[in-house]
Structure formats: structure tokens, C-alpha cells
Ligand binder design. Structure first.
Ligand SMILES: Nc1ncnc2c1ncn2[C@@H]1O[C@H](COP(=O)(O)OP(=O)(O)O)[C@@H](O)[C@H]1O
Ligand SMILES: O=C(OP(=O)(O)O)[C@H](O)COP(=O)(O)O
Length: 393
């Protein structure tokens, strides 16, 4: 990476404003997955050990510039404190006199977590005044919020214009792993693209056709391709505006000599529920009033085989509605194949990561990205504003 990291600058005795992504799932006030907090520990521990005064800032949810009690970072502070094995002070605001006083009271090695930065309307607007207020709290800015690196907000981008600005160790790691997949991949390189957000995934499929050897399509995306090819797709998910583009991708794969695989069989259902009737059908036999919900057994076998024979696998998006048990087999098979293969496996996207967790296979993957949107945008070749704003080496 051509950006400076926290290791490239002096931090001892400095007030360091660290943007993290503690946007973790919470149910009834309890954190249900603390991955994003655990992944920032290397940076926070590095700063503590090197005598910095650590000021952490994060967003949580989308409170749209207002205080929303359920979106306070109180539970995150408590969990961080447990994980660090030391007390973490928590501010009730993110800027202002009380926060300044809390910062002034910090000793070297102390940690203070500010309140949700999205309680301020200026955050998402990248208001220069708010960015300045954040900057006034510190001597150095460290961005370790990979999950929010695609956002140009006051605490991710604006602040970098007022302070020396470097990356944290998580951002550095994410960029190194995802960057390798893009620029110097081990081959055969297999990209698996599934999920339901056709519009969001189009650019990623396009990019993967250029850089991967095998592109496997699954999930709700598949039906736009099937419809474009003239198949009956019943009530399956489709994006009618992308039919020509889908045909274009099939042609592009041929022109580039890439192995572009669509499901050869699927599971259809007559109702979106765990007790619904299901059938395995070929892609030319989808009943008009049924819905495609998962990849079928032949496709599972085919995809698992490709994954097994790969050296690098990048997976984004589930193969079916894995949240409902009878429709989870395709996603489970792909997750298991990723766990078993000797290939280096990279998982991006919240739902694919959640699927790996659900099947207790997450620790068998080589890299699970902490950013869904951010990893997609990075893989599409877009610039991430939270990274671009950092100081060059
Ligand atoms: N055939 C399908 N029909 C409808 N929804 C699907 C289908 N296959 C997968 N899904 C849904 O897609 C969702 C995930 O899509 P997406 O957000 O694009 O993935 P990710 O978060 O991994 O990027 C899951 O909730 C899953 O239930
Ligand atoms: O959860 C996040 O994004 P993700 O679901 O794309 O990984 C990040 O915290 C960014 O949040 P945002 O999409 O509200 O800006």
C-alpha cells in the first residue's frame, strides 16, 4: 500500500483519533457478533503499547443526525473493555466541551470511546466544521474503519484534511489481502457471486470476468441471466432492466475464454417458508407460479469441484435463501467447499460472512472482510475515500 500506516509515525504521548467500525449487530442491547471490534484490537493494542492516548470514534446504524438511544455505543465500550482487559472510558457525545475535558484527562495508554458520530448531521454530509471539531481533539488521525472506508464522511475523510492521517492495521490488512486478489492472484482464481442485490453486484461480476478464471453465479442473481436466455423463471427474483447486460456478460465470458458458470439445476418453492413444498428442477423446467430459491444438487457438486481445484477463491453472496433451513444447502455446500479447499479463501459481504458463521465454518476461511459494501467497491476498482484521504508514504 502506498499510504502511511500507524507503524510509520510517532504515536508516543500523542492524542490519536482512531476511526473504527463498531457498527455491530445488537439484539436487546447485547452484541451478537463482535468480529468488527475484535478485528480492531491489533491497532488499539499497538497504540496502547506505544504510549498513545487513544480516542476511538465509530458510527452505529443510521440514526440520520439525531440521538437514538438504542444506537449508543455503550455496549461496544463494554465489550472492548472485556477484550482489551482494561477499562475503556465512554463519552456521551462525540464533540464539545465535556469531550475535550475527557480527552485532556487521558494518560498515555488510556482509551476513550466517543459517542456515535452519526448522532451529528454533519457526519454523513462530511461537514468541514464537524471534521475540524473532531480534528481539534487529536494530534494524529488513524483510519481503521475498513467497513466505512467507502463513505466520505467527516470522521472518515474530512478529518484527514486537518491532521496527519494514516491507516490502521485492519485497513492495511484488508487492502493487502483484497489487493492481492485483484492484482496478482494465484490461479486458478475463482469468483463466486450470489445474493439478491442484482444492481449492486453487476459491476463486481463485470470486474471478476476480467480478472478471475472461473466465475460462478448463484442466488437470486441467477434468474436475470436465465430470463435473458429466454427461460421461464416463474416468480423468481429478477431485474428486468439488466437483461441485456446479463446477455452481454455471457458473451464477454466467451470472448475472454473464461469459465462462466450459471446453475444447471435449482430448488424451487411454492411459498417462501420453512414448510413450503420444494422441487428440484432443471433450469428449463421452472413452474410458472413457483420461485427459485437455492441451487440444486448437480450445481452444488459442480461448484464444489471448481472450488476444490482453485488456488484463490473470492466469495460474495449466498447461493440461496440460506436463512431458511430447506433452502440453505447450496450456501452450505459452497461454504464447506471453501473451508475444505487448499485455496486461499476470501469472503466479502455481510450475508456470506453470516452464512460462514452460521455453519461454524468462519474460522476455516483465510480472510473474512469486515466490509461488505467497502470490499465490493474496492474489488470493482473504485477508490475508497477513507483510504484516498490518507497521507502517501
Ligand atoms: N434465489 C434467491 N431468491 C431470493 N433471495 C435470495 C436468493 N438467494 C439468496 N437470496 C438472499 O440474498 C440475500 C443476500 O444478498 P446480498 O445482500 O446480495 O449478499 P451479501 O450481503 O453477502 O453481499 C440473503 O438474505 C438471501 O436470503
Ligand atoms: O455495515 C456496514 O456496511 P456493510 O453492511 O456494507 O458491511 C458499514 O458499517 C457501513 O455502514 P453504512 O452502510 O450504514 O454506511
Amino acid at each position: 500500500m502506498n499510504k502511511k500506516s500507524v507503524r510509520d509515525v510517532e504515536v508516543s504521548g500523542k492524542r490519536v483519533f482512531v476511526r473504527v467500525d463498531f457498527n455491530v449487530p445488537v439484539e436487546n442491547g447485547a452484541i451478537t457478533d463482535d468480529t468488527r471490534i475484535r478485528e480492531t484490537l491489533p491497532t488499539i493494542q499497538y497504540l496502547i503499547e506505544n504510549g498513545a492516548k487513544v480516542i476511538l470514534a465509530s458510527h452505529m446504524g443510521r440514526p440520520k443526525g439525531e440521538v437514538v438511544e438504542e444506537l449508543r455505543l455503550t455496549a461496544a465500550a463494554a465489550r472492548l473493555s472485556e477484550l482489551l482487559g482494561k477499562s475503556v472510558a465512554k463519552a456521551d457525545e462525540a464533540v464539545g466541551e465535556a469531550v475535550k475535558a475527557q480527552v485532556a484527562a487521558l494518560n498515555n495508554g488510556d482509551v476513550l470511546l466517543l459517542e456515535n458520530v452519526r448522532f451529528y448531521a454533519g457526519e454523513e454530509k462530511n461537514d468541514p466544521e464537524l471534521a475540524k471539531q473532531f480534528a481539534e481533539l487529536a494530534d494524529l488521525f488513524v483510519n481503521d474503519a475498513f467497513g466505512a472506508a467507502h463513505r466520505a464522511h467527516a470522521s472518515t475523510e474530512g478529518i484527514a484534511h486537518h491532521l496527519p492521517a494514516v491507516s490502521g492495521l485492519l485497513v492495511e490488512k484488508e487492502l493487502a489481502v483484497l489487493g492481492k486478489a485483484l492484482s496478482n492472484p494465484d490461479r486458478p482464481f475463482t469468483a463466486i457471486v450470489g445474493g439478491s442485490k442484482v444492481k449492486d453486484k453487476i459491476d463486481v461480476i463485470n470486474k471478476m470476468l476480467e480478472i478471475a478464471d472461473n466465475v460462478l453465479i448463484g442466488g437470486g442473481l441467477s434468474y436475470t441471466f436465465f430470463k435473458a436466455q429466454g427461460h421461464e423463471i416463474g416468480k423468481s427474483l429478477v431485474d428486468n432492466e439488466k437483461l441485456d447486460l446479463a446477455l452481454g456478460f455471457i458473451q464477454k465470458a466467451k470472448d475472454l475464454g473464461k469459465n462462466f458458470l450459471l446453475p444447471v439445476d435449482i430448488i424451487v418453492t411454492d411459498d417462501f417458508s420453512p414448510t413450503a413444498n420444494t422441487r428440484e428442477v432443471g433450469i428449463d423446467s421452472i413452474p410458472a407460479d413457483w420461485e427459485g430459491i437455492d441451487i440444486g444438487p448437480k450445481t452444488r457438486e459442480l461448484y464444489a469441484d471448481v472450488i476444490k481445484n482453485s488456488k484463490l477463491v473470492v466469495w460474495n453472496g449466498p447461493m440461496g435463501v440460506f436463512e431458511i433451513e430447506p433452502f440453505s444447502h447450496g450456501t452450505r455446500t459452497v461454504a464447506q467447499a471453501c473451508a475444505d479447499t487448499s485455496a486461499y479463501t476470501v469472503i466479502g459481504g455481510g450475508d456470506s460472512a453470516a452464512a460462514a458463521e452460521k455453519f461454524h465454518l468462519a474460522d476455516k476461511m483465510d480472510h473474512i472482510s469486515t466490509g461488505g459494501g467497502a470490499s465490493l467497491e474496492f474489488m470493482e476498482g473504485k477508490k475508497l475515500p477513507g483510504v484516498e484521504a490518507l497521507n502517501d508514504k
